[in-house]
Design a binder for this molecule. Structure first.
Ligand SMILES: NC(=O)c1ccc[n+]([C@@H]2O[C@H](COP(=O)([O-])OP(=O)(O)OC[C@H]3O[C@@H](n4cnc5c(N)ncnc54)[C@H](O)[C@@H]3O)[C@@H](O)[C@H]2O)c1
Ligand SMILES: [Zn+2]
Length: 374
């Protein structure tokens, strides 16, 4: 088995370390930063505080972005970079802010719109402004991935762009920044972590270093997610979920995600289900399916190492965790018509589906969606 491993992001982990932004900017030799911040941090004062404490190296803030960022938001962010003659970018927020900032830090060095590279086979230029990623959800792991997931709401397409130019230069993971996440967001972003770990593990592109990360990250999610959900100020649970999110990012960025992420795209686009909740919806279903395939023993072995009797028991626990945290285990309330199911099946046929170790046919998808809707 041949495999390659690359992880170029310098990682700074620990409570309170968000204050190190200005030191890292100095180390990068940068002086004019744009803070791309989730709107939540424009209202709670953190964005202002970061700017004030930056010794003048953060010169502007961009906060016009939404969950599942749109290609136009990336273009606007790139315009802000050009306008202020920015020389580095700080991404503060969940996957949405980080993905917008990562794409804008590349595209700003060109005259292009990001549309040229979204959903097309055009290769992104590798050049980019230095990026410091500061995640505030425990969540996507985008701070260590070469992926930016963007949506073009005019044609309803949500898809990842992959480029080595998207790796941030630094990631500061400060668990204190996640304390303000309400339980519902903790739950949905946390189940996304488990999806990254398990899908990275069973992906056709799996490899030993990422497998080890997948085990570590999933163990932490099973142990700490519910605690973080129940008590947002549980410092240990928050720290462990940040560790899980980061390490799950390392687990999937090279092998890539599979069926649950493929199915999440239409669930989010057409039915407005948040990213994590949409990925979690089908995770136990695909765990069971994949355990029956040629790689079943690997998945059963992982489940056993995690303390379960087998994959079936692990899938049961995933279902139970979702139920306890008020996450969806079905689509009954959506009242889906046959045409809606057809759309879900059609749009789930996304490139990530082909990384799944068991071939997923349209009939299997249809059967799954019908079962989830009844
Ligand atoms: N680039 C990658 O590798 C990668 C991987 C997986 C998912 N994604 C993408 O990332 C996006 C999802 O990111 P996400 O799940 O982190 O959520 P998000 O960034 O969309 O944020 C979700 C909500 O949480 C709020 N929020 C964020 N941090 C908060 C905090 N500390 N306190 C209070 N509220 C807070 C935001 O305001 C927002 O309303 C999706 O577009 C998804 O497709 C990217
Ligand atoms: Zn995800």
């Amino acid at each position: 088995m041949n495999w390659d491993y690359l992880q170029p992001v310098k990682i700074k982990f620990g409570a309170g370390r968000v204050v190190e932004i200005k030191d890292l900017a100095h180390q990068l030799g940068c002086q004019k930063g744009l803070l791309v911040a989730d709107p939540f941090f424009l209202t709670n004062g953190l964005a202002d505080k970061i700017k004030k404490d930056s010794d003048g190296c953060v010169v502007a803030t961009f906060g016009k972005l939404s969950p599942n960022p749109d290609v136009t938001e990336v273009d606007e962010c790139a315009n802000a970079i050009r306008e202020h003659k920015i020389d580095f970018v700080i991404a503060l927020g969940g996957g949405s802010s980080m993905d917008c900032a990562k794409a804008a830090a590349s595209i700003a060095l060109t005259k292009d719109s990001i549309r040229k590279y979204h959903g097309t086979n055009e290769t992104m230029p590798q050049e980019h402004l230095p990026i410091i990623a500061v995640p505030t959800t425990a969540g996507t792991g985008s701070e260590v991935t070469c992926v930016s997931v963007l949506t073009d709401h005019t044609n309803g397409k949500k898809s990842p762009i992959v480029s080595d130019g998207f790796y941030p230069d630094y990631a500061i993971i400060d668990p204190e920044l996640t304390y303000t996440m309400p339980p519902k967001i903790t739950a949905s972003t946390g189940i996304d972590v488990l999806a990254h770990a398990l899908e990275g593990f069973w992906s056709k592109g799996h490899q030993p270093i990422c497998d080890a990360c997948a085990y570590h990250a999933s163990k932490l999610v099973f142990e700490y997610l519910y605690r973080a959900y129940e008590n947002p100020l549980d410092e240990e649970a928050r720290e462990k979920m940040c560790e899980a999110s980061l390490i799950a990012g390392l687990a999937f960025t090279l092998p890539k995600t599979t069926s649950s992420h493929a199915c999440s795209f239409p669930l989010t686009n057409l039915h407005h289900i948040s990213h994590g909740e949409a990925c979690g919806l089908t995770l136990d279903y695909f765990a069971r399916i994949n355990a029956k395939g040629d790689d079943g023993k690997r998945i059963d072995d992982l489940a056993k190492q995690l303390g379960f009797d087998d994959t079936e028991a692990m899938a049961g626990e995933i279902h139970f965790m979702k139920e306890k945290m008020g996450l969806r285990n079905d689509l009954k309330d959506l009242d889906l018509s046959d045409a809606d199911i057809d759309d879900l099946v059609r749009i789930s046929r996304h490139p990530n589906l082909y990384n799944n170790p068991v071939e997923i046919t349209d009939e299997m998808l249809r059967e799954m969606y019908i079962k989830l809707s009844k």
